[in-house]
Design a protein around this ligand. Sequence first.
Ligand code: 4NP
Length: 156
Amino acid sequence: MKILMVCLGNICRSPLAEGLLRSKVQNGQLDIETDSAGTAAYHIDEAPDPRTIKTGRTYGIDISDLRGRQFQIEDFDRFDKIYVMDESNYQNVIRLARNQADVNKVDYILNEIEPGSNSEVPDPYYGGDRGFENVYRLLDRATDSIIQKIKDGRKP
Ligand code: 4NP
């Protein structure tokens, strides 16, 4: 199972989602590959935002090795599932879909917690540290749910 996490800049939300899933996979020895990307090209090859790195570190998750990249059409072929953080990410990814199979791979990550709600992981970039804590808590729950589904043999 190959899972891609997508946000706007690939320096705040999606690298944290990737880091959380990566750490849970290592703990559970599951056959899951994960990566992240941004729909924008603002932060290509950059490390995650220092506030994101700090938040991860607080919980024992090191994401300092990750680097920003932009989402590309080939990602529909490379990944089984593509999780977006908010509606604008969703629209930006869906706009590149070539067929229904591509569209079907894309979902809001918070639908893992509240199915069908299409709730958004709020963009913390322009806010303070509390925003990053909130993002962490939401993504921790969502990635727990993804891991549980795969352990149970259900498709995320
Ligand atoms: P992210 O947050 O999409 O969670 O990585 C943002 C990072 C950078 C910008 C916006 C959002 N930016 O405008 O540079």
